[in-house]
Design a protein around this ligand. Structure first.
Ligand SMILES: CC(C)(COP(=O)(O)OP(=O)(O)OC[C@H]1O[C@@H](n2cnc3c(N)ncnc32)[C@H](O)[C@@H]1OP(=O)(O)O)[C@@H](O)C(=O)NCCC(=O)NCCS
Length: 276
């Protein structure tokens, strides 16, 4: 018997095991646990959370969401390998969409090739690819840095405005939660910002490629290794070539419902596949 229910605060260990098994990841377990913890923090303020599917008392699937007001993001959809292709993913997604449809005008997600067919059947359409790039280890071959980048502790109002203009949603609760959980905030005052979360950059929002480049260089100095670029932003793709970043893998960004009003030319990195 399959039971779909809300995840509880103490279950990130089991959810992370399902996730690692589903994606066959070698990634750091703590990193994945942190991802589920952030959803739980968002659940406390009623702006996100996770559903799990339980089979004989064991969690076998996860599916999470974040509410950005004008749209809702769906992430961390995973079914343990033994239980895949049995309809679990479809049931979980239908339950998630049904639960959220009253409050969301549209949904977005980044689909792996395994997920794409499932989401298409549910009515999602493809928008553009989002691609993981590995950054160069040294910044010494990146020239012409025109802007001064500062690290700050608090989120000023201009960042929230810029972020909303770029993403088309209200994401301050997610940005604040990341910062409270140790992410570092890099800015070019009034023009661009990024979060450095461990060795990942995301989001990186900037008014032009020169600003984005300065922030990336600073992030590399602080240990950044990767970011996820929306391929619809041609300037961002050109910048990746210029600095010698290497393409790794990509997902298809998909949506269900109304198109959100994003300004993709400002988006040099999304937050993550899990958070949009
Ligand atoms: C992608 C994923 C979430 C899908 O979950 P799932 O439970 O396998 O999905 P479903 O079983 O509902 O559907 C998958 C396929 O199985 C088929 N299927 C469903 N029930 C079936 C059954 N009883 N017998 C045979 N096939 C069945 C579906 O028709 C579908 O076929 P299609 O791909 O040819 O369209 C899961 O495979 C997974 O976790 N993959 C790895 C992680 C990942 O990529 N996650 C997605 C992130 S966007």
């Amino acid at each position: 018997m399959l039971k779909i229910r809300f995840a509880e605060d103490v279950e990130e260990e089991q959810m992370s095991s399902v996730y690692i098994d589903a994606f066959e990841f070698k990634r750091d377990l703590n990193d994945i646990k942190r991802n589920f913890k952030i959803y739980q923090r968002l659940n406390e303020i009623n702006r996100g959370g996770c559903l799990v599917a339980e089979h004989e008392g064991t969690i076998i699937a996860t599916g999470c969401y974040v509410d950005y007001e004008s749209y809702t993001w769906i992430g961390s959809v995973a079914v343990a390998s033994k239980f895949q292709r049995k309809g679990v993913g479809t049931v979980l997604m239908l339950k998630l969409l049904d639960m959220l449809k009253g409050r969301a005008k549209s949904f977005g997600l980044d689909a792996t090739s395994a997920g794409e067919r499932l989401y298409k059947k549910l009515g999602f359409i493809g928008e553009y690819r989002t691609t993981v790039f590995r950054l160069p280890e040294e910044r010494s071959n990146i020239f012409n840095i025109k802007y001064k980048v500062k690290e700050v502790e608090n989120l000023p109002e201009w960042i929230l405005k810029l972020d909303e203009e770029a993403s088309g949603g209200k994401r301050s609760h997610v940005l604040k939660t990341f910062i409270e959980n140790g992410s570092r905030l890099l800015i070019v005052h009034g023009k661009g910002y990024a979060l450095l979360r461990g060795n990942r950059i995301g989001p990186l929002i900037a008014k032009n490629a020169k600003i984005a480049k300065a922030i990336i260089v600073k992030a590399i100095e602080l240990g950044a290794k990767r970011l996820i670029v929306p391929e619809a932003n041609e300037e961002a793709i050109k910048l990746m070539k210029e600095i010698g970043a290497q393409k790794r893998y990509s997902c298809l960004r998909m949506r269900l419902g109304k198109r959100r009003k994003e300004r993709i030319s400002f988006v040099y990195s999304i937050i993550s596949y899990a958070k949009g």
